[in-house]
Ligand binder design. Structure first.
Ligand code: GDP
Ligand code: MG
Length: 439
């Protein structure tokens, strides 16, 4: 994938004390290919490379003791800018309710996202109303009602015989009368953009004058998603994009190009079918995720809302100065287990993406059990001073944990790799000027 390719470009640059123009050109050639392969719009790629080169050839790199790091930092920042720079917040009406209209092609995830968004708002103590504006697809109303029941958010419907424009109008009145402060209008989609679909959306728009028009696009469709966004935007004045299915095997192209092509910021990212799999979109986090630096901020935020705040802080500090031991490792594994699907969590930890990709290493729950057994078989001193663990100790640990010497060796290697990567990551953040703010 994209992250993989970029990681290997960067690992070549990382250690260099001097970066020649030739090195830079070669790296940029590879970055360019990686981006194109990830289905990023070619114009966007061209401008991006030009900007990075311009900055890299300027004084920044020459003056630095770690030019490789500076280049990575430049790429990171330009990528962040390309995706909008900072998190674009949901608009809020001066006078409630705030009206949010969802738009998009069929199957993009409008209905699911409506419910996810309602859930997010509800968590922030708002009182959302969802509106069943798709009267065409059989069972579309029912789908929204089921989701509404699941999250205890009211659903406004007038069945499938009233026009969506009228439904939307009455729904907003209903919200006003009942003190509901957000109205989320789910609408119909079609397989392709057509005039009838646009006409209806325009009418709804003209009638309820939404504060937000969120276009929901499927990230898996790559550049098609961007083209869809572009055509919707020309007709509807979108205020934001929601990128769905980022949990799948997406190539990243949509996330990188949408803002640059349409001028419309990505406001949310959906990472799964579950109702709480929606997050505000943070360009800087997405950039570091794409660049294989993991997504420390998301992880820490997730940790803070799901696990002990003190422990999360400690974890952050230890990751930063890379001083953690096998005890911390174990502790972290326990905490991580609470956070959710392992695969997603691992992707957020710097270096772990790579570790996960090692062919023979399937990190699943069973694997975690084995790792725990190995760590438990170490003495307290070994856990705190991992460098102590020599060959004969490894043999003892393998026997004690019912695993093999290979298992033990592999874990220790992994642990060392992880420590090294974290160290690199924190050096890079520390050495990269403003990048240090990321933590
Ligand atoms: P709509 O036609 O635009 O209303 O799309 P739906 O909300 O009905 O979603 C279409 C399908 O995509 C459903 O099976 C959803 O569960 C699925 N889906 C929506 N968002 C995501 C996501 O972020 N990740 C994954 N994996 N599936 C999603
Ligand atoms: Mg729908």
């Amino acid at each position: 994938g994209l992250t993989n390719r970029l990681s290997s470009v960067f690992s070549k640059l990382r250690g260099k004390g001097k970066v020649s123009e030739e090195d830079l050109n070669e790296a940029m050639r590879e970055v360019r290919l990686a981006l194109l392969e990830a289905d990023v719009n070619f114009k966007v790629v061209k401008e991006f490379i030009a900007k990075v080169k311009e900055r890299a050839l300027g004084q920044e790199v020459e003056k630095s003791f770690t030019p490789g790091m500076v280049i990575i930092d430049i790429v990171n920042k330009e990528l962040t800018d390309l995706m909008g720079g900072t998190n674009a917040k949901l608009a809020k009406a001066n006078k409630p309710p705030t009206v949010i209209m969802m738009a998009g092609l069929q199957g993009a995830g409008k209905t699911t996202t409506s419910a996810k968004l309602a859930k997010l708002l509800q968590k922030q103590n708002h009182r959302p109303l969802m509106v069943a504006g798709d009267i065409y697809r059989p069972a579309a109303i029912k789908q929204l009602q089921v989701l509404g029941e699941q999250i205890k958010v009211p659903v406004f419907t007038l069945g499938d015989q009233t026009s969506p424009v009228e439904i939307a109008r009455q729904a907003v009145e209903h919200a006003k009368d009942n003190g509901l402060d957000y109205v989320i209008i789910d609408t119909a989609g079609r397989l392709h953009i057509d005039e009838q679909l646009m006409e209806e959306l325009k009418q709804i728009h003209a009638t309820v004058k939404p504060d937000e028009v969120l276009l929901v696009v499927d990230a898996m469709t790559g550049q098609d998603a961007v083209n869809v966004a572009d055509s919707f935007n020309k007709q509807l004045e979108l205020t934001g994009v929601v990128l769905t299915k980022l949990d799948g095997d997406t190539r990243g192209g949509a996330a990188i190009s949408v803002k640059a092509v349409t001028g419309c910021p990505i406001k949310f990212a959906a990472l799964g079918e579950k109702i709480d799999a929606l997050e505000p979109f943070h360009p800087e986090r997405m950039a570091s995720r794409i660049l294989g630096m993991g997504d420390m901020l998301s992880l820490i935020e997730k940790a803070q809302s799901n696990i002990d705040a003190e422990k999360a802080k400690e974890m952050e500090r230890k990751m930063r100065d890379a001083s953690f031991t096998f005890d911390d490792f174990l502790e972290q594994m326990q905490q991580v287990k609470k956070l959710g699907p392992l695969d997603q969590i691992l992707d957020m930890i710097p270096g772990m993406g790579k570790v996960k990709q090692m062919k023979d290493l399937k990190v699943d729950e069973k694997q975690m059990g084995r790792i725990e057994a190995i760590v438990h078989s170490m003495t307290a001193r070994e856990r705190n001073e991992p460098d102590l663990i020599n060959h004969s100790r490894r043999k003892r640990i393998a026997a004690g944990s019912g695993t093999t010497l290979t298992d033990v060796n592999r874990l220790i290697k992994q642990f060392d790799d992880m420590r090294r990567m974290m160290k690199q990551f924190s050096d890079m953040m520390g050495g990269g000027g403003k990048g240090a703010k990321m933590m």
